[in-house]
Design a protein around this ligand. Sequence first.
Ligand SMILES: C[S@@+](CC[C@H](N)C(=O)[O-])C[C@H]1O[C@@H](n2cnc3c(N)ncnc32)[C@H](O)[C@@H]1O
Length: 271
Amino acid sequence: MKDSGSIDPRNKLNALSGKEWIRFTKSWFIADGKSSDISREIDLHPASFPPSMIEDFINFFTKPGEKVLDPFLGTGSTLVACENTGRKGVGIELYPKYAKTAKSRTNFPVLEGDLRKLLCTLDINSFSLCITSPPYWRILKKKKDYNQQERLEKGLDLQYGQNPLDLGMIEDKEEFLKELTDTFSKIHALLTEGAHLIVFIQNVRDKGEMIPLAFELPLRLKKWYSFLGERVWLQNQKTLRPYGYPYSFVSNVHHHFALIFKKRSQDLKQK
Ligand SMILES: C[S@@+](CC[C@H](N)C(=O)[O-])C[C@H]1O[C@@H](n2cnc3c(N)ncnc32)[C@H](O)[C@@H]1O
């Protein structure tokens, strides 16, 4: 997102010129990941995102030197993005194998374990941004599709693991959404005044219907965050599969939602 141009003195949010700012506000973007983003260790993880994509969000929602949190760190892409943009990062990851990969990619702190235990060890009012991608409910546990078959043949992970503390292992949708809501409500205290929370998530298919996780989350987080809208991440290079053909409509879901929230101040929290 490099572009010459001056920074408006009224801009307290980031270090972008007007042109760069406006470019980011388009409600969709295409990101398929750069080859420099990918290695065998990172590919082993079934749902990592490209650091270059996260850099654009970090550049928009923080200034250089500010602190960024990723509580569902995976292989550490967010911390790599922090390094590339001159921000400070902290991450939490449950599985030692992914935490190890994250540590090999960055020098920022990677806390290993259940985020529900570890969030309270972090400083309150210290992060300008939380950007993260939680498990998309139990989608990886259930999925047996063409992509899974390809990963199986390459010896790559199909699920994060079998740890019952993994939010992706929760069977019941209500329980999953409650855990996610609790997590983001705890993160509220760690964020500075007016800081942002970005959650990457997808609507997922279950028993022939779409479960609109991306539409439910803003409603559940209303008490702690105002919902500013979404940026839709389009994956334009994924292979189209003949799901449902020739009987019924089943979409090739080649997009994710980046949901953008802003911390409500303590006294304005919605009841
Ligand atoms: C969608 S992935 C994140 C991938 C990451 N953005 C990357 O680029 O590698 C979600 C991650 O959350 C982790 N996770 C699930 N439950 C957790 C918990 N209770 N505490 C900490 N991490 C957890 C999973 O192990 C998984 O790596």
